[in-house]
Design a protein around this ligand. Structure first.
Ligand SMILES: *[C@@H]1O[C@H](CO)[C@@H](O)[C@H](O)[C@H]1NC(C)=O
Length: 469
């Protein structure tokens, strides 16, 4: 071989090789995730993330049942995956019944201290909590944060009827210099009708609220006003909230609930002047990490893409329009009318995304086709596409992306594609609704690690990649 020949050989050989090398991994990075199996398994150690979009003064978000939660120690025993799914299904069922009630008749809270029979929103169990300060002097309280409801409440002394076990001392309004009762005649008292779905009661001219959740959880008590300290720099004076005297349910040691819904009385509406109805959060990708909740647009990152709220539907929920889903780069063939028929809400309290059965079936079929090298195993409650990965340390899975109205595509993080019940049962973390007409729900598992921005005044929701770990 002459030197010029060998040069040609070398060049052509390496050109071919280089192209081959270049195409393969490029293809892989575009449409597949390669990851360590351990990165989707639960960890028992808290390792707080240093999120890119967290601004100073934002609230820390932790998973209620993870090692970063201080609620875990003694008051509550952690739920099994099956139990979490059972509660998740009752939340989904109650969202559905609330939508039916909103479009039809309204019912009322019979007598002020009774347990109403109607199903309301459900708190569920696979939820996230934030710690806020209430009163003067300020007392720390861990609240479940919920974009699916409006009223914020906490258990209050003297717990006239009952309080469940909570981690922190129960709030005592009589020792706070900034607490006051709300009168039955006030506008805010009447706004409880839409915020809770119940007509408020009246006790010696103090407004009495009652809210109940799908799984027999409820809170009933005095409607009050108090200083709310989100962060030392973010203080909301005269915040309307429920001071619960009769509380029961699956709140897992949390002191109550922070209502981030769309309706009047939600924290978003009450702080409209201050934060312009903008808030954002990132849910940590594992329960052993931390995320954040920000109010106002100050902390909103660049690179966030928005999708408009769909229709003019009111109420607590945030409705969005899903257009398509891709698996491993291939668009599923689902008629757009399928998503139009169901409608969709984004919800921080539903764990697993619920899709119309027609869409779920296309998703699981495509996912299975691209996961052929892994052995299938038995279903895990509502999840029917599960793999035994106990013999693997590294796995390659197809990317799953959702396409929203407004040309906004979002890659779901690996921890939002698979949910592990140990290495021997790792499942596609999506589920089917019972019927194509049931509302679809974009749940919190699929929101993990994304920056999610709610611009309620601008009627849009934004998504950004890598909000937190
Ligand atoms: C609020 O109203 C209730 C019911 O009338 C009463 O028992 C309670 O003492 C009041 N609290 C304050 C701080 O006024």
């Amino acid at each position: 071989m002459t030197s010029s020949n060998s040069l040609i050989f070398l060049v052509s050989c390496c050109f071919v090789l280089a192209t081959a090398i270049k195409q393969l991994p490029l293809e892989q990075t575009h449409h597949y995730h390669t990851l360590q199996l351990t990165s989707i398994l639960p960890s028992s150690v808290c390792s707080p993330s240093i999120p890119g979009n967290k601004r100073r003064g934002s609230l820390e978000v932790v998973h209620k049942h993870g090692p970063c939660s201080t609620l875990n120690t003694d008051t509550v025993k952690p739920l099994t995956v099956e139990e979490i799914f059972t509660h998740d299904q009752s939340r989904v069922d109650s969202i559905r019944s609330r939508l039916a009630i909103n479009t039809g008749k309204k019912d009322t809270l019979g007598s002020k201290a009774s347990i109403p029979a109607k199903s309301g929103s459900t708190v569920g169990s696979g939820n996230y909590i934030v710690t806020v300060g209430l009163g003067t002097p300020t007392k720390k309280l861990s609240l479940i944060f919920d974009t699916g409801s409006d009223l914020t409440w906490t258990q209050c002394q003297p717990c006239a009827r009952q309080c469940y076990n909570q981690r922190e001392p129960i709030f005592t309004p009589s020792t706070s210099t900034t607490y006051s009762n709300i009168s039955c005649a006030s506008t805010e008292c009447s706004e409880l009708v839409s915020a809770t779905g119940n007509t408020p009661g009246c006790s010696t001219s103090t407004c009495v609220y009652g809210i109940q959740y799908g799984d027999q959880s409820f809170s009933v008590g005095f409607f009050g006003k108090e200083k709310l300290t989100l962060t030392p720099k973010d203080v909301v004076n005269g915040f309307y909230f429920g001071c619960g005297q009769n509380n029961q349910g699956l709140f897992g040691g949390a002191a109550g609930l922070l209502g981030l819904g769309r309706d009047t009385l939600s924290i978003v509406s009450q702080t409209a002047n201050k934060y312009k109805k903008v808030f954002s959060y990132c849910l940590p990708s594992s329960s052993s990490s931390t995320g954040y909740l920000n109010f106002g647009s100050g902390g909103v990152a660049r690179g966030v893409k928005y999708t408009p709220f769909s229709t003019s539907q009111g109420g607590s929920f945030y409705y969005l329009t899903l257009k398509a889903i891709t698996v491993g780069g291939t668009k599923l063939s689902i008629s757009p009318t399928v998503f139009q028929t169901s409608g969709l809400i984004i919800d921080s309290g539903t764990v697993i995304t619920r899709l119309p059965p027609t869409a779920y079936s296309a998703l699981s079929t495509a996912f299975r086709a691209q996961m052929k090298k892994y052995p299938l195993t038995k279903p895990l409650s509502i999840l029917d596409t599960c793999y035994d990965l106990s013999k693997f340390t590294t796995i390659t899975i197809p990317k799953v992306s959702v396409f929203w109205d407004g040309n906004t595509n979002v890659d779901i993080a690996p921890q939002g594609i698979l949910l592990a019940n140990g290495a021997s049962q790792v499942c596609l973390a999506f589920a089917a609704n019972g019927d194509d007409s049931d509302i679809a729900i974009f749940g919190n598992t699929q929101q993990k690690s994304l920056t999610v921005v709610y611009d309620v005044a601008g009627r849009k929701v934004g998504f950004g990649a890598r909000g937190c770990t």
